[in-house]
Design a protein around this ligand. Structure first.
Ligand code: ADP
Ligand code: MG
Length: 571
């Protein structure tokens, strides 16, 4: 066969393969166009999972009559003034979406340019364009896409069930709506309105409407900048986590992105706050000069490339870490509600109840003398310890409620943060052992420990191989005084056996510290004196990230007085 040039419509269909993967991509391109057109409200209607109809109506500045035909021509755009790909300020710029969509569907574009007396409409069917004709439209642009992929039936087979296509399209609108709180958005599938947010909404109100009030209640606001990259948003509490990354939203200059660099930075920021396999809730809005980021990496523009990616990663990690560590620990509001709901109302009192209750009270250990407990003080957010239950939980009275602390989880976090802090300062304070402790381990573990000597020494554990099946421990972190050295060393040997998963030395050392802290802190089952309990509460208030243990479990929950009143039907 001879070489020949492909026809325009074939070229468009090939491009459509990249730009228009599924109905959600059509929605994304059309809504982005409406945002670029300065719209203040954008309405999306969706039918048959997007295969029957996708309609996007906006009140933006519209398209001039003379530009209508150009809008559906390939590589025709009004958004690049002088072929400058460095200074991109709009969401679109490739001039590909409309011709691509028009090549695989039946599309009409009706528009009335700002200040124009008339509106015009133009149709494209499988790539063939109709004449521009007058139409009735008060303002803005209305684009209808019917029978998507009718011209490329093979693609229809790759579409998922209508419901998933609808969910995915709604998610696209949700992300764009999060990034643009000034614009009103709606999304209706068949007759069901899935999204409806008014124009000129504040950021926080927008988040609450789109993601539920829980999000902000369980997150800390963050704000930071470095050089000329700025970042705003929310970092979810580590305990407010999910099994999927579905609640992570990242935007670069108002453009929703799913970016490996950003996802990796989020993972790094939560590395030792979160159990494996759980994902934090995060909203990150990055802003920077357009020339600092390349958005032209992928036809769907979902990935970006930062000029200085190391700096951006560092900025994200420190912004999240600072937000989480700032102020006093915040209890997970959703957990408190779940806790309140798990209390059953007291059943009708059976006969003999009072006697039983009296007998039960007699069995209770005597309470510590009241004088030994401090009075609750508003300056102590975690309140004053009132009692210890089952040698495992501390009950404290806070200024406006009660706090229940898991003493083991809390202590584990405190020890870990103390070790980390020492290491960042003058190094971990160690205690030389007068009689070095011999720890029996199997030969493989001995090798492993020996090979990791340098790293362990940095974590405060100074040891050396000793015979075939043992190591000799010479120094141990002072913060772990009283702990079982041999148990901790065996734990470390197990830990070292795990594949490294490409984590850096820093993360490995933190992991060693976390392992030691966890093992050391087997404090459940130990009875605490009131002053010890209060000291623990005070230290939690002063320690960053003390709201969750090293595995991401909460260390305390708080029931506010209104929660308690609700339990008793007083509200
Ligand atoms: P791009 O967005 O990359 O420029 P598109 O194919 O999506 O390419 O759109 C082509 C052109 O059509 C845009 O540059 C813009 O001028 C015009 N256009 C598309 N949608 C709208 C709209 N909703 N309002 C105003 N103009 C629009
Ligand atoms: Mg576009």
């Amino acid at each position: 066969m001879r070489i020949r040039r492909l026809s325009e419509s074939t070229i468009n269909r090939i491009a459509a393969g990249e730009v228009v993967e599924r109905p959600a991509s059509v929605v994304k391109e059309l809504v982005e166009n409406a945002i670029d057109a300065g719209a203040s409200t954008i309405a999306v209607a969706f039918r048959g999972g997007g295969k029957t109809l996708i309609r996007v109506v906006d009140d933006g500045f519209g398209i001039e009559r003379g530009d209508m035909a150009l809008a559906i021509e390939r590589h025709a755009t009004s958004k690049l003034s002088d072929d400058d790909l460095i200074d991109i300020r709009s969401l679109g710029f490739r001039g590909e979406a409309l011709p691509s969509i028009g090549s695989v569907s039946r599309m009409t574009i009706a528009s009335r340019a700002k200040g124009a007396l008339e509106a015009f409409i133009l149709g494209v069917e499988g790539g063939s364009v109709s004449q521009t004709a007058p139409a009735a439209l008060a303002r803005g642009t209305e684009i209808e896409v019917r029978d998507l992929f009718f011209a490329v039936p093979a693609r229809l087979k790759f579409l998922k069930a209508e419901r998933s296509e609808t969910t995915e399209a709604a998610d696209v609108v949700r992300r764009l709506a999060l990034a643009h709180p000034a614009i009103g958005f709606s999304f209706a599938s068949e007759e069901r309105v899935l999204i409806d947010v008014p124009a000129a909404q504040g950021f926080e109100a927008r988040i609450a409407k789109l993601l539920g009030g829980d999000f902000v209640a369980n997150a800390r606001a963050l704000s930071a900048s470095r050089e000329d990259v700025g970042i705003e948003g929310y970092a979810g509490l580590p305990t407010f986590s999910q099994a999927q990354a579905a609640r992570q939203f990242a935007f670069v200059n108002g453009r929703p992105v799913r970016d490996k660099l950003i996802a990796g930075a989020i993972r790094g920021a939560y590395a030792d706050l979160m159990p494996r396999g759980r994902f934090p809730s995060v909203i990150l809005m990055l802003t920077c000069r357009p020339d600092r980021v390349d958005v032209n990496v992928h036809p769907a523009k979902a990935e970006v490339r930062f000029r200085d990616s190391g700096m951006v990663r560092g900025l994200i990690v420190s912004a999240i870490r600072e937000a989480l560590a700032a102020g006093t620990p915040k209890a997970d509001a959703t957990l408190a509600r779940a806790a309140a709901q798990s209390f059953r109302p007291w059943p009708p009192q059976p006969a003999g109840f009072e006697e039983k209750q009296a007998a039960f009270m007699m069995d209770m250990p005597p309470l510590a003398p009241a004088a030994a407990f401090e009075m609750p003080d508003a300056s102590h957010p975690l309140g004053a310890a009132r009692a210890q239950l089952h040698n495992a939980y501390i009950v404290a009275q806070s200024p406006d409620g009660m706090i229940l602390v898991d003493q083991h989880a809390a202590h584990e976090r405190l020890v870990y943060e103390r070790l980390k802090q020492e290491r960042q300062g003058r190094g971990i304070a160690t205690q030389p052992l007068l009689v070095p402790e011999v720890v029996d381990v199997d030969p493989v573990a001995r090798e492993r420990l020996d090979a990791a000597r340098g790293m362990l020494a940095e974590a405060g554990v100074v040891l050396e191989a000793f015979g075939d099946g043992a190591v000799l421990v010479r120094e141990f972190p002072a913060a772990l005084a009283g702990g079982s050295i041999s148990a901790i060393v065996c734990d470390l040997a197990d830990e070292l056996a795990e594949p490294e998963q490409g984590t850096g030395v820093e993360e490995r050392i933190n992991h060693v510290l976390a392992t030691m802290a966890c093992h050391h802190s087997v404090r459940a089952g130990r009875s605490l004196r009131p002053d010890e309990m209060n000291a623990l509460l005070r230290e939690m208030e002063a320690t960053p990230n003390s709201g969750q243990c090293n595995h991401g479990r909460p260390t305390f929950i708080e029931l506010k007085l209104p929660d308690i009143e609700r339990l008793f039907g007083r509200r």
